[in-house]
Design a protein around this ligand. Structure first.
Ligand code: HEM
Length: 171
């Protein structure tokens, strides 16, 4: 139950968001032995997105097809792991009432879905010729993905560290 204190603003007005049922229930439910699956899975798409950009830069520099092929694989696995992270995050968002009630969680969802669309485009584009794809559009897409993954990850961190969503309350 939400306490009277937490629903009132400084001016004494009732805040309908914090009065919502389950507003204080913010613990992760999509977890293995208390470890949130979303937090565990996001490291893969983040790292692989940087790898795609790195491989593109190395292909540009060396013209070695190995790097273009590496970028194709990193883009594909980054996208697939991103989808896994996306599904676990969406389940958390929809199932946990205190997460669902907070606007920043929905902001994160919108930024993340934009990122996933870009990761998918960056992979799909390369399937029609992974060497020709790199310059110029592949590397430009990779740079945009690096920017977006940075924003998404930073914002996800805010959900945990500032809003304390998806964390254990201990005992
Ligand atoms: C597409 C739908 C997504 C939703 C609805 C979503 C939702 C959430 C939620 C609710 C949290 C708070 C922690 C938790 O409850 O587990 C979170 C944290 C986070 N999210 Fe997402 N997320 C999505 C996708 C992504 C993607 C694609 C990435 C990055 C590739 C990402 C990066 C992060 C990061 C870095 C954190 C902080 C984890 C931590 O420090 O423990 N999210 N996300």
């Amino acid at each position: 139950m939400t306490s009277e204190k937490s629903t009132k603003t400084d001016e004494g007005l009732i805040d309908p968001i914090s009065a919502a049922p389950g507003f204080d229930e913010t613990e992760s439910q999509i977890a293995v032995l208390g470890h949130p699956i979303h937090a565990m899975s996001v490291a893969f798409p983040v790292a692989l997105t940087f790898c795609v950009f790195g491989a593109d830069v190395l292909y540009w520099w060396t013209a070695d097809a190995f790097w273009a092929r590496s970028a194709l694989w990193a883009a594909g696995t980054g996208f697939l792991f991103g989808m896994i992270a996306g599904f676990s995050g969406t389940a958390e968002l929809l199932l946990v009432p205190g997460i669902r009630a907070r606007a920043p969680a929905w902001t994160h969802f919108i930024i993340a879905v934009t990122l996933l669309a870009l990761l998918g485009a960056n992979w799909g584009y390369r399937l029609y010729g992974y060497e020709q794809a790199v310059l110029p559009y592949g590397i430009l897409l990779s740079a945009l993905c690096v920017l977006m993954v940075g924003i998404t990850g930073w914002h996800g961190g805010k959900l945990v560290f500032d809003y304390r969503l998806g964390i254990s309350k201990g005992n």
